[in-house]
Design a protein around this ligand. Structure first.
Ligand SMILES: *Cc1c(COP(=O)(O)O)cnc(C)c1O
Length: 391
């Protein structure tokens, strides 16, 4: 089955819900049984990991529908939903490491993931080393006997370096280490980590899966071998996500294929337009020919999302502010993946430890929303006109 068909049909069971197309929102803590026998049966089903409902903390039909759809899209054994993308990043690592273990994290990782390493992981005796996202084979030299996990994110947050995932996985597995990947940028529609050697696939569903800037969720998908460890650690730490948010994520999934195609096209068009402006030093977008990550993107990915960065030539702060502040259609804000366009000033130099950010000018990240591209470009044109008055 092709993915766009799967997105429409996965995780749905109208017959189980009186013909209703979408799995309804089940809000539940207590779930009653009518007899001791039924209660015992429910407990047995739960122990056997059948998707019955026994207590709200184990999920409801709404959470299970979303997890089932995501597992199908990822091509994994099972998916577990978490209350934010960051929680999913944490649960891509925590269940699989213990005191004395060593973890390698890409230097291009989402900054809160870096904080997790420096805080909680360190406190529990797990050491972290950051590595250059572009060092595929070179990563082997960093692997120690106690390296348990290599964490990847491709393309990198803010800076969009593409990693050679399959080669990293090959090296990791040769040394008995697991590979986790934050695949939020491409979504499993355009890249399926588990098919490229990754063991643990993370998605900040807050972004494109929910797709409408109105809920926060994350997912972790694993193969059969890692499922028990993921599931029991998440259970022990009481992880449960709102059924209302899971409903919104399921609704988002149904239109992901058509939305993402437009984000991709608009993103590339905006990136190309921006790259032509004389005040722009460079655009970081792996789908653009000439981008350092273009070859890997073309080899491994089926498409691109609408998120990329722009580096300006060195200029005064007020000129840069004149470009960004007056934009009408681009909001200034964190997060991305919704239907609306965004810009975000970024400073990657502050979030690096083993690589250096070579640029001196100001930089910003762009999320291409679903507005008409002609309006978006007109908005940017006015921004550059404001900037030019101050140069
Ligand atoms: C936003 C984001 C996250 C975290 O997701 P939240 O839902 O905001 O916690 C993780 N990884 C990447 C790459 C992200 O962009």
């Amino acid at each position: 089955m092709f993915d766009s068909t799967l997105l429409v049909h996965a995780g749905r069971d109208p017959e189980a819900f009186q013909g209703v197309v979408n799995t309804p929102v089940f809000r539940a803590s207590t779930v009653l049984a009518s007899s001791i026998a039924e209660w015992e049966q429910r407990k047995k089903e739960r122990a056997a990991e059948q998707p019955g409902t026994y207590y709200g903390r184990h999920g409801t039909p709404t959470t299970h529908s979303f997890e089932e759809a995501m597992a199908a899209l990822e091509g994994g054994h099972r998916t577990l939903v978490f209350p934010s993308g960051l929680a999913a990043c944490a649960f891509a690592i925590l269940p699989f490491v213990g005191t004395g273990d060593h973890v390698l994290i890409t230097d291009s990782a989402y900054d809160p993931t870096r904080r997790l390493a420096a805080g909680v992981l360190k406190r529990f005796g797990v050491t972290t080393e950051f590595y250059d996202p572009l060092a595929a084979e070179g990563i082997e030299a960093l692997i120690k006997p106690n390296t348990r996990l290599i964490y990847t994110e491709s393309p990198g947050s803010h800076t969009f370096e593409m990693q050679d995932t399959a080669r990293i996985a090959e090296v990791a597995h040769r040394h008995g280490a697991l590979v986790a990947m934050d695949n939020t940028w491409a979504t499993p529609l355009y890249f399926k980590p588990l098919q490229h050697g990754v063991d643990i696939s993370v998605q900040a569903a807050t972004k494109y899966i929910v797709g409408h800037s109105d809920a926060m969720l994350g997912t972790v998908t694993v193969n059969r071998a890692l499922w028990p460890q993921l599931k029991s650690t998440a259970y022990d730490l009481g992880q449960i996500s709102s059924p209302d948010d899971c409903y919104l994520a399921l609704r988002g999934l149904r239109t992901l294929a058509v939305r993402l195609k437009q984000h991709w096209l608009s993103g590339v068009a905006l990136a190309q337009w921006l790259a032509r402006q004389p005040e722009v030093e460079c655009v970081l977008h792996p789908a653009l020919p000439g981008d350092p990550g273009h070859e890997i993107w073309q080899r491994d990915f089926k498409g691109a999302s609408g998120l990329f960065s722009v580096v300006m030539k060195p200029m005064a702060a007020d000129a840069f502010a004149a470009l960004i502040d007056g934009l009408e259609l681009f909001g200034i804000g964190a997060s991305w993946g919704g239907y609306e366009s965004l810009v975000l000033p970024i400073d990657p130099a502050g979030h690096r430890s083993v690589t250096t950010w070579p640029h001196r000018g100001p930089a910003f990240r762009v999320h291409a929303g679903l507005e008409d591209m002609r309006d978006l470009i007109a908005d940017l044109e006015q921004g550059f006109a404001r900037l030019r008055k101050l140069l």
